[in-house]
Design a protein around this ligand. Sequence first.
Ligand code: HEC
Length: 181
Amino acid sequence: MSMLKFTAAAVLVALGSTAVAQTRSAVKGPDLGQPVSAEDLAKWDIEIPPSGKGLPAGSGTVAAGEAVYAKSCQSCHGPKGAGKPNDALVGGVGNLAGKGPALKTVGSYWPYATTVFDYVRRSMPVSAPQSLSNEEVYAVTAYLLHLNGIIGADDVMDAKTLPAVKMPNRDSFMSLYKSRK
Ligand code: HEC
C-alpha cells in the first residue's frame, strides 16, 4: 500500500469510528416510561417468605373466609375447594406417597401456610389479582386451611398465628442447601 493510500484509509477509519460514536450517543432509546417510584415498587414488593416476615396487620376468620370464597373463588375452584374448572384446593392429604395419580392441593402439597397467603394475595382471583384486602386474604386462607382439616373452625389467622400453622406435607420437602455440606 502506498503511503498516501494508507493515510487515506486511516483517516476513513478514524472518521468512521467518530461517526459511529456520534450516532450512538445521539440515538434516543424507545420511550419506556419513567423510572419506577418507591411508592409504585412497594405495591409489588409484597412477598411473604415461609417465616411470615412482613405479614400485614389484620386478621381473618374461617367464617369470613367462607363468604370471600363464595364470592371470589368458587366459580373457578368449585364448592368447598373441590376443583373444576380450575385447580382443586382441598383434599388429598397424605395421598402423595400412593401409587395413583397424585392429588396436589393446598392441603396435600403446600409446605407453608404463609405461602398460601402470599400466593392468594398476589395472584387470586386470577381475573382480578390484588383486589382483595389483607383481611379478606387472611380469611380465605383460614377457610382453605380449615377445609383441609389443618385448623379449627374457630381459629383466627393473623401475622402471628399463620406462620405457626404446620402444613401436613412440610416434612416431605428437603432443602438441597441443608443436606449439602
Ligand atoms: C377466574 C378463575 C379463578 C378465580 C376466580 C380464582 N382462581 Fe385460583 N386459580 C385459577 C387458576 C387458573 C389457577 C392455576 C394457576 C396456575 O397454575 O398458574 C389457580 C390457582 C390457585 C391456587 C393454587 C393451586 C395449586 O395448588 O396449584 C390457589 C391456592 C388459588 N388459586 C386460590 C384462589 C382463591 C383463594 C381464590 C379467591 C380469592 C381464587 N383462587 C379465585 C383460577 C381462579
